[in-house]
Design a binder for this molecule. Structure first.
Ligand code: GPU
Length: 830
């Protein structure tokens, strides 16, 4: 598949990559050329999709010269790059990001207007690439944005899923999943490079043989294989001329595979085989924090890391590069355990393919990998059944087995006689079935292991990997997550961005600590008034969007209280529901007059994993409560519940800037970090939250007066669990809680049918793994404090402005500097 590369003279090469003129005329000329020659239509006949595709390609042209330069530099100069290995990238729309990075929005708006077109219409045409589930995938997208903006060479490696995260619809209030056909109308941001494809093998067996030099070696005789075709995406830095690469792999059948079957004469089987191969990159697994242990998923994981390692080691670097120097050129970051099979793959490449001695290969491998853990939930830690792994990747299993044997010998030498410790630490577990603990493998192989917020990193050391942190304390570190200020403030909130820039200049876009300069303005009444105007304008923008998108009629006036994140029991959407049901009950029962309630609009956004039954029941209940509340005339203008379907990055960009209150109410010790929490605070919402994840750091930075804390602390959770938590005791002793649960149980939200939500109620009453009932009263008290605070609009705006001013720390630029200083030790390029 590899075509020859031509070698043009240097001058000709430069000529080939000159960007179009960055003025209106230059843009219009290029745009019409793309429409005519690229899309094959005249302006008069072009559909909106034609126009969008031509626009996207035109914008690409402005970034192309820098991109090609960055790629050439990578090959030419001995700089160290970051290889970010992630099974997910939740990118969001590309057009606006590219326009922002290239500073083209003004020119494009004017140029399109000259053609009788509007940028607003065209940007709506883009289907966002939803190649991730939630926080983990979005974090990867923020990180590659920041690295490009910091001019740090990085290749993001991942999978080009043909179907990204499902499109959520509601039918009678229940979630129904639709396939995400994001590629259907053409994908103008990607560049396929079939000539750089990589073969990837699976299954078969291993055999030992004596090599020419007389040494005994092992080889893998695989049974079948596929080809990985790379699709490159530009990752432009913010107005700094740097363009990095995101390289996503797509699976294709191999020619050899086809031929053998075609020659067998069975044409139809041959075509079926093709489909089989292509299945590997067909669909993103929609489970967030709960891996399903499916064989196809392991195929995906190996598929993309095998492609990526070979790509970097043999394509980006020269074929004859001295691999003992590999750590000088690359540092791979393992985004959770999903890519950890890269560790034995690198060993296989070094030992079996490059014939390095085992010890030397291990030395190199250990210097090339670092591991980020994103969870504390035991069920989220991947363990692959030995039988499955050995069948699919027999050579990798042998390598893991040897890594484990050597590691355990080391443990035994340090702690003679402590076989319990050996069992606890072993990479291969015996119980409940023989399995490979990917987090252990990652920890053993990595130079650094990090958690994603201070509390999380502490608990990771103390509770998830305590033995490892005892023997290797220096391995463990923290890097608190961050979010890109380009997408989530500058792009998503142009009104607030304008106000900030007017006050302190625009340096904050790449130096978010500058937001501190806003602090004195929190004391300035006229600034506060303007801040409130911005919030109001953002609410109107949201109300308009939800009218068009979902047919909602929402009032603009009330406090906007938002809980958007994946539906998961530990995140406790059910606690939020108990609050709403209690407010409803207070009015319905006449305990409180509607006029005494601080009007609020509650917005939920949440997808449930399709196989996560309790999460789907909770979605049904949210919709049921919403329809009851919204249709009660007594509540009009007082309480409203909106649950727009299919929450995604694009909706977040309009929703977050409009929020007054950010709900971050996971049970303490369960949310590793959260990143939505940061986006809300940065956009001037106040947080009601538990002492969990990055909430802890947000509260410390914005000040306790500007944050509504409630709930059990992590050690209290541990104590309560140890004592034996009895949720029904909270139900029995709190009359309002009892009433709320009884209302749901009696069918108040299900047309009088008590069966509909019985499982949800019973789960809370008898199981309540995440202690929603224990935190209910504290939560309601905190909500009462929110109401009181919101009644003083001026004081509220002061707090909101202080949230913005004090959240500079949560820029992913800072996260990336931390990774660079503590983990990667890479340099920016000039
Ligand atoms: N996270 Br594990 C996911 O989004 N998916 C996962 O499978 C796992 C973790 C999240 C954490 O839940 C969240 O707390 C964190 O902010 C985010 O990763 C990024 O670190």
């Amino acid at each position: 598949v590899k075509g020859p590369r031509s070698v043009p003279t240097h001058e000709r090469a430069l000529e080939a990559v000159r960007a179009p003129a960055a003025d209106v005329d230059g843009f219009v000329r290029e745009f019409l050329r793309e429409l005519n020659f690229g899309q094959g239509v005249s302006l008069a006949r072009a559909t909106v999709n034609d126009q969008y595709l031509a626009l996207a390609r035109t914008v690409r042209h402005y970034l192309m010269a820098r991109w090609l330069e960055a790629i050439a530099h990578q090959r030419r100069e001995p700089v160290k790059a970051v290889g970010y290995l992630s099974a997910e990238y939740l990118l969001g729309r590309q057009l606006d990001n590219a326009l922002l990075a290239a500073d083209l929005e003004g020119v494009v708006t004017d140029g399109l207007a000259q053609c009788g077109l509007s940028l607003d219409t065209l940007r709506e045409q883009e289907e966002e690439p939803g190649l991730g589930n939630g926080g983990l995938g979005r974090l990867a997208a923020c990180f590659i944005d920041s690295l490009a903006t910091l001019s740090v060479p990085c290749i993001g490696y991942g999978i080009r899923y043909e179907y990204g995260i499902f499109r959520q619809t509601f039918v009678d209030g229940r979630q129904v999943e639709q396939p995400d056909t994001w590629l259907a109308l053409g994908s103008p941001w990607e560049f396929p490079h079939p000539e750089s494809s990589q073969p990837v093998n699976f299954a078969g067996h291993t055999e030992t043989f004596v090599d020419d030099d007389g040494s005994e070696r092992t080889r893998w005789v695989p049974e079948w294989g596929v080809i990985g075709v790379p699709y490159n995406y530009m990752v432009p830095g913010y107005r700094n001329g740097r363009v990095n690469t995101l390289r996503l792999w797509s699976a294709q059948a191999t020619k050899a595979f086809d031929l053998s079957i075609f020659n067998g004469g069975d044409y139809v089987d041959a075509v079926r085989a093709q489909t089989f191969a292509e299945n590997i990159s067909k669909v993103l697994y929609p489970e967030d924090s709960t891996p399903q242990g499916k064989e196809l998923r392991l195929q995906q994981q190996y598929f993309f890391v095998a492609c990526s390692l070979a790509d970097f080691m043999f394509e980006v670097l020269d074929k004859d590069f001295d691999l003992t120097r590999l750590p000088e050129r690359i540092v791979f970051q393992l985004n959770d355990t999903h890519p950890v099979i890269a560790v034995p793959e690198m060993m296989r490449l070094l030992v079996d393919v490059k014939k390095l001695p085992w010890d030397q290969a291990w030395e190199i491998t250990r210097q090339c990998f670092n591991y980020t853990c994103h969870t504390l939930l035991p069920e989220a830690l991947e363990v692959w059944p030995v039988d499955l792994l050995r069948r699919l990747l027999p050579r990798h299993y042998e390598i893991i087995d040897r890594i484990n044997a050597e590691f355990l010998a080391d443990v035994r030498a340090r702690f003679p006689g402590d076989e319990m410790m050996v069992r606890r630490m072993s990479i291969i577990s015996d119980y409940p079935e023989r399995g490979v603990r990917m987090a252990h493998l990652a920890t053993v192989a990595s130079g650094r292991v990090n958690g994603v917020a201070e509390l999380h990193s502490q608990l990771l050391r103390d509770k998830v990997l305590p033995d490892f942190s005892r023997i290797w304390p220096e391995k463990f570190t923290n890097v608190t997550n961050g979010v890109t200020p380009r997408r989530f403030l500058r792009h998503a909130n142009p009104s607030l961005s304008g106000l900030i820039t007017e006050a302190i200049g625009d340096g904050w876009v790449t130096d978010l600590d500058k937001l501190q300069e806003l602090e004195p303005l929190a004391g300035d009444a006229s600034f506060r008034a303007r801040f409130r105007e911005v919030k109001r304008a953002n609410k109107s923008r949201l109300v308009n969007l939800l009218r068009e998108r979902d047919g909602y009629e929402l009032p603009v006036e009330p406090m906007l209280d938002v809980m958007v994140k994946r539906l998961h029991e530990y995140k406790r959407q059910s606690l939020k529901l108990l609050h709403i049901v209690t407010l409803y009950d207070r009015i319905a029962s006449g305990r409180v007059a509607a006029s005494q309630i601080q009007p609020r609009t509650f917005v939920f956004g949440a997808k449930a994993a399709p196989g996560y039954w309790m999460a789907k029941e909770t979605i049904h209940l949210i919709n049921a409560v919403a329809s009851t509340v919204n249709s009660d005339p007594a509540l009009e203008g007082v309480l409203h519940v909106a649950f727009p379907a299919n929450y995604n990055v694009t909706l977040a960009e309009t929703l977050i800037p409009a929020a007054d209150l950010s709900e971050q109410i996971s049970l303490a010790g369960k949310e590793a970090s959260g990143t939505g929490n940061m986006k809300f605070a940065l956009n001037g919402a106040l947080t009601i939250g538990t002492d969990d994840g990055a909430n802890v750091e947000i509260r410390r930075l914005v000040g306790e007066d500007n944050f509504f804390l409630f709930g059990l602390l992590e050690p209290e959770v541990a104590d309560l669990s140890a004592q034996g938590y009895v949720p029904s005791s909270f139900y029995e002793s709190d009359d309002e809680l009892k009433r709320a649960l009884d209302l749901i149980a009696a069918g108040a939200f299900s047309g009088g049918n008590p069966d509909t939500f019985a499982p949800v109620v019973s789960n809370l009453l008898h199981e309540d793994r995440f202690m929603a009932l224990a935190d209910y009263r504290a939560y309601l008290d905190a909500q009462a404090r929110v109401d009181a605070a919101y009644a003083d609009q001026d004081a509220w705006s002061r707090s909101a402005i202080l949230n913005v001013a004090r959240c500079g720390f949560f820029s992913s630029d800072r996260s990336m500097r931390d990774y660079i200083d503590r983990i990667w030790h890479t340099d920016p390029v000039s």
